[in-house]
Design a protein around this ligand. Structure first.
Ligand code: AMP
Ligand code: ZN
Ligand code: FE
Ligand code: FE
Length: 281
């Protein structure tokens, strides 16, 4: 592995084809390397299956890989995404829990397909359903198919017309409670971080999450402008939270490949590791 120092670039929020990105674990590692990023975290929705293949390539390419996950949590109807870092992806009970969440995602996916059919929309999803039975299915898969078949011109249009939370083909996901998500990440040796806090838009809720054991917040995210980042940075300092950041890259699933658009420096990773060593005892 190349020598990593505090100024090296890192990206701690990346998806793969095991959930709803168009990039395979291998693609992710090569993309990161091409963009000069030396440390990445794979944080797929409700699956850790990309970690092993990504780890194998990362080792060969001299990239440090942090095992992660992104869990959906629900708080009285409000959705929050909790990232887990430095988790142990091999723990059987955790894998079983993730499998249950993916089965629930598949049921929801089929319900959304039915709703789309009511609008006269027929999508070919057999390959999505059969190629990899363990895939973590979501709205981005449907949005991409809608675009491919010409029902919409863009991914955002798919959400605006059909899949957005207040749109006719949306079906709510089964989700863990905030406490369950945070506790589970802790039980598998991880650090819990609230992803893209601006989407929650309510700092009082974050204070409740801290009471449930939340360790950190994502300060740097492509959809969080510099004013918001500054705000969450100050919030993190005030509440003693660890700070993370990443591109939330979904490959071409979100119009363009985002790896490299949000780069944090490796000193934040060092702080995460230090925090982990202190709290793990
Ligand atoms: P799901 O987990 O199935 O509810 O899908 C959530 C995914 O859809 C996340 O990756 C979101 O970033 C993405 N998403 C949600 N709303 C939009 C939107 N308006 N445009 C593009 N992507 C979106
Ligand atoms: Zn996603
Ligand atoms: Fe998210
Ligand atoms: Fe994400």
């Amino acid at each position: 592995m190349a020598k990593i120092d505090a100024q090296c670039k890192a990206d701690l929020h990346i998806h793969t084809t095991f959930s709803d990105s168009t990039l395979s674990p291998e693609d992710v590692v090569y993309n990161a390397k091409n963009k000069g990023i030396f440390c990445i975290a794979i944080t797929d929705h409700d699956t850790v299956d990309a970690i092993k293949p990504a780890q194998d390539i990362a080792e060969k390419e001299g990239i440090e890989l942090i095992p992660g996950v992104e869990l959906t949590a629900d708080l009285n109807g409000i959705e929050a995404h909790i990232l887990g870092y430095f988790i142990d992806p091999t723990i059987p009970w955790f894998q079983e829990m993730l499998l249950k969440l993916r089965i629930a995602r598949k049921r929801r996916f089929l319900k959304m397909l039915e709703k789309l059919q009511e609008f006269g929309i027929k999508l070919e999803v057999d390959s999505l359903l059969s190629e990899d039975k363990n895939r973590s299915l979501g709205r981005l898969h449907l949005a991409r198919e809608l675009k491919k078949k010409g029902y919409v011109k863009s991914i955002p249009e798919a959400f605006e017309r059909y899949l957005g939370e207040d749109k006719p083909c949306y079906v709510k996901k089964e989700a863990l409670s905030i406490k369950q998500a945070i506790t589970m990440i802790k039980q598998i040796g991880g650090i819990s971080v609230l992803a893209h806090p601006f989407l929650l838009g309510n700092d009082d809720l974050i204070i409740n999450f801290i009471k449930e054991g939340l360790d950190g917040i994502e300060v740097y995210h492509p959809e969080q402008n510099s004013i918001l980042s500054r705000h969450y940075l100050e919030f993190a300092y005030k509440h003693n939270l660890v700070i993370t950041g990443g591109s939330d890259c979904h490959g071409e699933g979100k119009a363009k490949v985002l790896i490299g658009t949000v780069k944090i420096t490796y000193d934040l990773v060092l702080q995460l590791k230090k925090y982990r060593n202190v709290t793990a005892t």
